[in-house]
Write a protein that binds this ligand. Structure first.
Ligand SMILES: NC(=O)C1=CN([C@@H]2O[C@H](COP(=O)(O)OP(=O)(O)OC[C@H]3O[C@@H](n4cnc5c(N)ncnc54)[C@H](O)[C@@H]3O)[C@@H](O)[C@H]2O)C=CC1
Ligand SMILES: O=C(O)CCC(=O)C(=O)O
Length: 528
C-alpha cells in the first residue's frame, strides 16, 4: 500500500528526507492550494504535515476520509482543531523540542532590540538621520524580567536573561520553589510577575485560559514604562489593550513576533514607533526547521508502520520504555474486546477492564483503548481506532472503567474484560504466555485455553454424555473441520461450555441447525 502525504506549509527539504526515503510514501509538497482547493483534495491523503499557516479545521478533518495523522512541524497546535481530530480518529503529533532554542534566541533578540532601540535606530539611519539622543536605551543588567509560562522556551529565555545579569521572576502553574531555586530565579504569582517586571515576556500556549491573559487589567498592574515581548502566540496579549497602554505611555515598548490574525501587511500596532515586530520568525532558523521536520517525519513514518509515535498531542504520551512493556498487550486486548462483544451479542452500557498480576503496575490506558477499540469495531467498523475509542464509547453512553489487582490468580498477567448489557454481564480473560503469545484462558467462569484468532465458536450446553460426539458429527455434516476444542463445566451434569476453533466461518444456516440440537443452549460464532 502506498501512503499519500500532503505537506501544505513550507517544511525543510532536508528535514523531510526520512519521508522521501521511505518506500511506500508518496509526497505532495506545497501544491499551492487555497482553502477551498485543500478541502476538495484532502480526502486523497493519509497524512498531512503543517506548520502554523494551514488551518486544520473541523470541516477539513471531517472531509478527510483517508487521513490518519496530522504532523505539526513545531510546538503550537492552536491551528489544529484537536477535538475534531480526536473525534474523527486522527492522531495529531508535533515536534515539541526542535525549535525551543531558536524561539528562545529570538525572544532574547527582541528584548535586546527593545532595550537598545536597534530596529528604530537602524530605520532612522536608513532615512539618513544620525540621531543619538532619540535612541538612548537602558541596560538589562539588574533589570527584572517577568516570565509568564516557564516551559521549554520560557526556561531557556530565563537562563539567557540570567546571562545578561537580569533578575528573573516567573509564573507557571507547574513551577515549584525547588525548581525556581535550582534555576536561580524567583517564583511569583501572575500578579507578582506583572508588578515586578521591567520587561515581561509570555511563553504560554494559546488556550482558552490564556487568551487575553495580558489584558487592560494586567497592564494596570504593571510598572510604568514596562516593555512587553510576545514570541509565543498572538491572542495571549489583547492587542487593543496593548495599543491603548502604549498610547497612554504605560507601556514603553513592545516586541511582537506573533499576532491575533496572521498573516497581515497592515496592523495598527505597527503604526506606533514603540513597537518592533517580526513576521512569526521565532522558529525560522535553518537548524530548527530541519529538526522539527525530521521529528514529525519520523513520527509519521512510525505511525504508518503501526508503531507508537513519540510526540502525540491528542493521546497521552508514554515514555518509550513503558511503551515497550505494554505494546505486546494491545493485540490481546483488542481480540478479547471483539470476542466478548460477539459473545454478548447485545447493546452494552458498561465495559469493565481489570488488570492483574504484573499488569497491575503498567500504564494501562493504551491497553484499555485497544480493548475498547476491539469492542466498538463491531458497531462502528474501521472508523474506530485508539485515538477515538474512548471518545466514541462515551458518545454512545458506554462507561469504561479500569481496575487493578496485584494478586496473580494463576497467571503472571491477566486481562479480564466484562461487558454489561440488558441481559447481564459476560466476561473473558486472556494472558500473554511467555514464548506462546496471547491466550484466551477464561470465558465467563469457565477455564479454556485457545489462541484468540481466526474462526471460533462458543457453545453453551448441558453436561451430558454424547454431546461432544454429536457436535463433532454436526460440524462434519456441514463440512467444517474442528481445529481445537476445549470443554469445561460448572458441575457434573450442569452447565458447560465448548470453545472450538474451526477452519472456516460458520454460516448462519449451519449455526441455526447446530443450535437446535438437544442439550445445546446457545451457539455463537466469533470471527477474530
Ligand atoms: N514564535 C514562534 O515561532 C514559536 C512560538 N511558540 C509558542 O510558544 C509556546 C510555548 O512553547 P514551549 O515552551 O515549547 O511549550 P511548553 O509546553 O514547554 O511550555 C508552556 C508552559 O506554559 C505554561 N502555562 C500554561 N498555561 C499557563 C498560564 N495560564 N499561565 C502561566 N503559564 C502557563 C505551562 O505550564 C508550560 O510550562 C507554544 O505553545 C507556541 O505557541 C513555540 C515555538 C516557536
Ligand atoms: O512553524 C513555524 O515557523 C512557527 C513555529 C511555531 O509557532 C511553533 O512551533 O509553535
Amino acid at each position: 500500500m502506498t501512503y499519500r502525504v500532503l505537506i501544505s506549509d513550507p517544511l525543510s527539504e532536508e528535514g523531510i528526507k526520512p519521508l522521501r526515503e521511505t518506500e511506500n510514501i508518496e509526497i505532495v509538497k506545497n501544491p499551492g492550494w487555497d482553502e477551498t482547493e485543500l478541502l476538495e483534495n484532502i480526502d486523497q491523503f493519509d497524512a498531512l504535515l503543517v506548520r502554523s499557516q494551514t488551518q486544520v479545521t473541523r470541516p477539513l478533518l471531517e472531509k478527510a476520509a483517508r487521513l490518519k495523522i496530522v504532523g505539526r512541524a513545531g510546538v503550537g497546535v492552536d491551528n489544529i482543531d484537536l477535538d475534531a481530530a480526536t473525534e474523527n480518529g486522527i492522531i495529531v503529533v508535533n515536534a515539541p523540542n526542535g525549535n525551543t532554542n531558536s524561539a528562545a534566541e529570538h525572544t532574547v533578540a527582541m528584548i535586546m532590540s527593545l532595550s537598545r532601540n536597534i530596529p528604530q535606530a537602524f530605520h532612522a539611519l536608513k532615512q539618513k538621520q544620525w540621531d543619538r539622543k532619540r535612541f538612548v536605551g537602558v541596560e538589562l543588567k539588574q533589570k527584572t524580567l517577568g516570565v509568564v509560562g516557564l516551559g521549554r522556551i520560557g526556561a531557556e529565555v530565563a537562563k539567557r536573561a540570567k546571562g545578561q545579569r537580569m533578575n528573573v521572576i516567573a509564573y507557571d502553574p507547574f513551577l515549584t520553589d525547588e525548581k525556581a531555586e535550582q534555576m536561580g530565579i524567583k517564583r511569583g504569582t501572575l500578579e507578582e510577575v506583572l508588578q515586578a517586571g521591567d520587561f515581561i515576556t509570555v511563553h504560554t500556549p494559546l488556550l482558552k485560559e490564556t487568551r487575553h491573559l495580558i489584558n487592560a487589567e494586567a497592564f494596570e498592574l504593571m510598572k510604568d514604562g514596562v516593555q512587553i515581548v510576545n514570541c509565543a502566540r498572538g491572542g495571549i496579549i489583547d492587542e487593543d489593550a496593548l495599543y491603548d497602554a502604549i498610547v497612554s505611555g504605560k507601556v514603553a515598548g513592545a516586541a511582537l513576533d506573533v499576532f491575533e490574525q496572521e498573516p497581515f501587511t497592515e496592523h495598527k500596532l505597527l503604526t506606533l514607533p514603540e513597537v518592533v515586530a517580526t513576521p512569526h520568525l521565532g522558529a525560522s532558523t535553518v537548524e530548527a526547521q530541519e529538526i522539527v521536520a525530521v521529528d514529525v517525519s519520523h513520527d509519521v513514518i512510525r505511525f504508518l508502520e503501526g508503531k507508537a509515535v513519540r510526540h502525540p498531542v491528542n493521546l497521552p504520551s508514554i515514555p518509550s520504555e513503558a511503551m515497550h512493556q505494554i505494546e505486546p498487550y494491545f493485540y490481546l486486548a483488542e481480540k478479547l474486546g471483539t470476542f466478548i462483544i460477539d459473545l454478548a451479542n447485545e447493546v452494552i452500557s458498561e465495559i469493565r477492564i481489570s488488570y492483574s498480576g504484573d499488569l497491575s503496575e503498567i500504564e494501562s490506558g493504551p491497553v484499555t483503548r485497544n480493548a475498547v477499540k476491539g469492542i466498538l469495531k463491531r458497531y462502528l467498523g474501521s472508523r474506530v481506532n485508539d485515538v477515538n475509542a474512548l471518545y466514541l464509547a462515551d458518545r454512545k453512553g458506554i462507561t469504561v472503567s479500569e481496575s487493578k489487582r496485584s494478586a496473580r490468580k494463576g497467571f503472571t498477567n491477566l486481562i479480564t474484560i466484562e461487558v454489561i448489557g440488558a441481559s447481564g454481564s459476560r466476561k473473558v480473560s486472556g494472558t500473554l504466555l511467555n514464548g506462546l503469545g496471547p491466550r484466551l484462558v477464561r470465558v465467563d467462569d469457565y477455564q479454556v485455553d485457545a489462541t484468540p484468532e481466526g474462526h471460533m465458536v462458543v457453545i453453551q450446553h448441558i453436561d451430558q454424555p454424547g454431546v461432544i460426539g454429536r457436535m463433532g458429527s454436526a460440524f462434519a455434516e456441514h463440512n467444517i473441520n474442528i481445529a481445537t476444542m476445549q470443554v469445561d463445566r460448572s458441575d457434573v451434569g450442569g452447565n458447560a461450555i465448548m470453545l472450538l476453533t474451526i477452519d472456516r466461518h460458520l454460516e448462519d444456516k449451519a449455526l441455526a441447525e447446530i443450535a437446535l440440537l438437544d442439550e445445546i443452549k446457545s451457539v455463537t460464532a466469533i470471527d477474530l
